[in-house]
Design a protein around this ligand. Structure first.
Ligand code: 5GP
Ligand code: ZN
Length: 115
């Protein structure tokens, strides 16, 4: 399925729900997470509906490569200079809440760490 009308992130791709976009091309969209866990927290998603990493096949390897390499580029553009994390939650036990594949990219200083 390329678009799921009941999916929150498909609605964001379609512009039916607003988002703070940081990057868009024909395959992927990146936008700020609505409840950031880090000073800079973006989500990178495929525009096509893929429910989770459990649904990914080798046919998606180029798309996943694009998503993961976009992370460092966008962190740099957003002024993150001292490291960041990539996280993909998969399935119920993996903590996934939105079932449209998304890569969390989180950067910026962690105030709870000293030095
Ligand atoms: P998950 O737990 O599925 O890996 O992460 C889902 C993420 O989507 C959460 O970090 C949550 O804050 C974010 N999120 C949920 N609803 C919205 C929304 O409507 N807009 C944006 N920008 N982020 C959302
Ligand atoms: Zn979707």
């Amino acid at each position: 399925m390329s678009h799921d009308p009941n999916c929150l992130f498909c609605k964001i791709v379609a512009g039916q729900i607003p988002s703070k976009k940081v990057y868009e091309d024909e395959d992927v969209l990146a936008f700020h997470d609505i409840h950031p866990w880090a000073p800079v927290h973006i989500l990178i998603i495929p525009k096509r509906h893929i429910a989770s990493m459990a649904d990914v096949t080798e046919a998606e390897s180029q798309l996943l490569g694009k998503m993961t390499t976009l992370g460092p580029r966008l962190m740099k553009e957003l002024g993150v200079s001292n490291g960041f994390r990539h996280v993909i939650n998969t399935g119920h036990d993996g903590g996934q809440e939105v079932f449209h594949l998304h890569l969390h990219v989180m950067g910026g200083p962690r105030p709870w760490l000293k030095g």
